[in-house]
Design a protein around this ligand. Structure first.
Ligand SMILES: N[C@@H](CCC(=O)N[C@@H](CS)C(=O)NCC(=O)O)C(=O)O
Length: 141
């Protein structure tokens, strides 16, 4: 499996997920802001807009789906920011992980957001997301 990625982008979630699963993968760096950037046919086949992250696994090529859930929540007006934070806080009340008592892919998505929000001081420290970020950071992957 090949992961097309760039540092300091949403690629982090894909890398985290791949590390959690233990799948073998090769990393292909995309120099997003290089003036000399020429994207390979393989990369563009997975991500026609030249966005990262993207994955090619044999016949399967994939972009977009990694982050759609949360980015749509931010951009699409399903609720405002405070409502989103409150909703996540409530959803994590009394539990370690968002879906079951086991860590799942959903926690990669939610945890990455929690870590990001905390990095930019956008997360109230009492919010359950804060503890979620700690649990995620404590994972080996
Ligand atoms: N909808 C895509 C968006 C991906 C995206 O916008 N990636 C950014 C990095 S975070 C990117 O590749 N930007 C480079 C560019 O726009 O040229 C997804 O959720 O995966």
């Amino acid at each position: 499996m090949k992961l097309f990625w760039a540092p300091q982008t949403r690629s982090q979630r894909a890398i985290w997920m791949l590390e959690e699963t233990g799948f073998d993968y090769e990393m292909r760096h995309i120099a997003l802001s290089s003036p000399d950037r020429v994207d390979s046919t393989e990369f563009l086949g997975a991500s026609p807009m030249g966005k990262v992250p993207a994955i090619v696994d044999g016949e399967v090529a994939m972009s977009e789906k990694f982050n759609n859930v949360e980015s749509n929540r931010f951009r699409g007006g399903w609720g405002d920011f405070d409502l989103m934070i409150e909703t996540w806080d409530a959803a994590l009340e009394g539990r370690d992980w968002i879906v079951t008592d086991q860590f799942t892919a959903a926690d990669v998505m939610l945890g990455a957001s929690a870590i990001f929000l905390r990095m930019f001081n956008m997360l109230p420290p009492t919010n359950n997301l804060d503890a979620c970020a700690d649990r995620c950071m404590a994972r080996p992957a």
